[in-house]
Design a protein around this ligand. Sequence first.
Ligand SMILES: [Zn+2]
Length: 124
Amino acid sequence: MRKYVVIVVLALVIMSGIGVYLVFDPLESSLFPKCPFLLVTGYKCPGCGSQRVLHSLLQGDLIAAFKYNALMVLFLPVMAIYGYAEIVRTKKPRLYRCLCSSRVIWSIFVVVIAWWVLRNMFGW
Ligand SMILES: [Zn+2]
């Protein structure tokens, strides 16, 4: 019973978040938090533009989403795979172990760090 309550609450939170990002544009609304790293340093963090990506994707504008944060757009399927692996963790432990192996985690870490450096060097 508790498991279903958690699932329903989680689904409501996710749907509410989707609704907020669907209706409000993070560029024009003060409703959304600004990136503290960008505010303090003037440099973009790897996640800068993620809110605009969500809004753009929900509006069906893949090109705008890609311009705001290409890595975020490319990683959304990866995040979905991780979510799926977590859900089927007991049924498919091999998938979960593979995705959580140090080789995969380090690879993702290197990609994120490279993205962080490159986007600040080239203004992406
Ligand atoms: Zn940021």
